[in-house]
Design a protein around this ligand. Structure first.
Ligand code: GLN
Length: 197
């Protein structure tokens, strides 16, 4: 099995390490590759879009034709996970910040996203969430987005205060927080299992 981590910017190496650890825990023989060029995602069995700055990641993946590879992979039913900025990119419906910055989205998850939803006072925080299919999970939020509304096909996996912070739409997972920044690899394991149900 080969997992690609979109490596143009942001928390890339942490996802590589967490995915390798999850593979080991599941006894999966495979490789995890960070990539910033066209041609790797299309040869992978799953892809992760990390957190970072959504405007920057968007520019680079559309410029370098990685965006179309992610869309094709998702449409072929292979697992795609976006965390934080990665969730913003997966979304179909952007907020005024997305529009103002003319950020192109992949439009794979039928959700309405709000960038920097938790305001300046709470730029970064950690909270225990109850995540469906996983259980209690220590979630790290960093200038996180949140989901305000979901379409019919989207399953809500976790909420925090008034917001939805984790969702699944078939083979696509979107998280407002950073599961790669804790030692707990259960979310990465759940993601890998989507490749071989
Ligand atoms: N605030 C960032 C954005 O809107 C996302 C933050 C993150 O990925 N940690 O792009």
């Amino acid at each position: 099995m080969r997992v690609a981590v979109v490596g143009v910017q942001g928390a890339v190496e942490e996802h590589v390490i967490a995915t390798k650890k999850a593979m080991k825990n599941l006894g999966i023989d495979g490789e995890v590759v960070a990539t910033r060029r066209h041609g790797v995602v299309s040869k992978s069995d799953a892809v992760i879009i990390p957190g970072g700055e959504s405007t920057t990641i968007s520019k680079l993946i559309f410029r370098d034709s990685i965006a179309s590879e992610i869309i094709e992979l998702a449409e072929s039913g292979k697992p795609v996970m976006g965390t934080c900025a990665g969730l913003i990119l997966l979304s179909k419906h952007g907020d005024e910040q997305v529009e103002k910055t003319k950020t192109k989205l992949l439009g794979l998850l039928d959700v309405w996203i709000k960038r920097n939803a938790f305001g300046r006072q709470r730029e970064s925080f950690q909270v225990k969430l109850n995540v469906k299919h996983i259980g209690e999970f220590d979630a790290v939020f960093i200038r996180a987005p949140a989901i305000t509304k979901v379409g019919e096909r989207v399953e809500v996996l976790a909420t925090f205060e008034d917001y939805i912070v984790a969702v699944q739409q078939d083979n696509i997972l979107g998280l407002a927080f950073h599961p790669e920044l804790t030692d707990d690899t259960r979310i990465h394991e759940y993601f890998l299992k989507l490749a071989n149900p």
